[in-house]
Design a protein. Structure first.
Length: 180
């Protein structure tokens, strides 16, 4: 479960972007955050992910405070599909998806189980034909599908997605929403 209790946050001297936000999200539930640009949707996701300095004991994962999780452990609970991505390294698609398994890998590299999870995620989002191509050579929509595959390969309890269908054509929007 993800539980947010009276979360407030603001940047610098600006008025609070988030004010007294509270909700619970249980396993199997879906929550959509709607609002105009600049209202704090991305800020809320970044707070839940532990990317922002927030008041202690405001966000709980499975009953434990967010701050009690080590980064490595947090990766087993939550995966993230960001709104913006800047692919500057020409990683192959399969390698990029396999990176989603980093929080679960053992010393010495990825296991065959890790590789299987990555391949399954690649198949799920329909980018198998791109598996050997560098991510930097893909369209924005194709890159988005690769990032979604990476989040799926992570095999976490919760997948937090920030505008996951932006840049996707209608068929891929439908695919992503059905997969999720």
């Amino acid at each position: 479960m993800i539980e947010v209790r009276r979360l407030s946050f603001g940047y610098c001297r600006c008025a609070g972007v988030l004010k007294e936000i509270s909700f619970e999200l249980n396993k199997g539930q879906t929550l959509s955050i709607l609002g105009p640009n600049g209202c704090g949707k991305t800020t809320l996701l970044k707070a839940i992910l532990g990317f922002l300095p927030i008041r202690q004991e405001t966000i709980f994962l499975n009953g434990s405070p967010l701050e009690s999780y080590a980064r490595n452990s947090l990766a087993k609970v939550m995966s993230y599909v960001p709104q913006l991505r800047d692919g500057v390294f020409p990683y192959r698609v399969r390698d990029m998806v396999l990176m989603g398994r980093t929080g679960r890998r053992h010393w010495g590299g990825f296991s065959s189980a890790d590789e299987k999870k990555a391949d399954e995620a690649i198949d799920k989002v329909g980018v198998k034909s791109l598996a050997r191509r560098p991510v930097t050579e893909l369209s924005g929509g194709q890159q988005q599908l690769v990032i979604i595959a990476r989040a799926l390969a992570q095999d976490s309890q919760f997948v937090l997605m920030d505008e996951p269908t932006s840049g996707l054509d209608l068929a891929n929007q439908t695919l992503v929403l059905n997969v999720m």
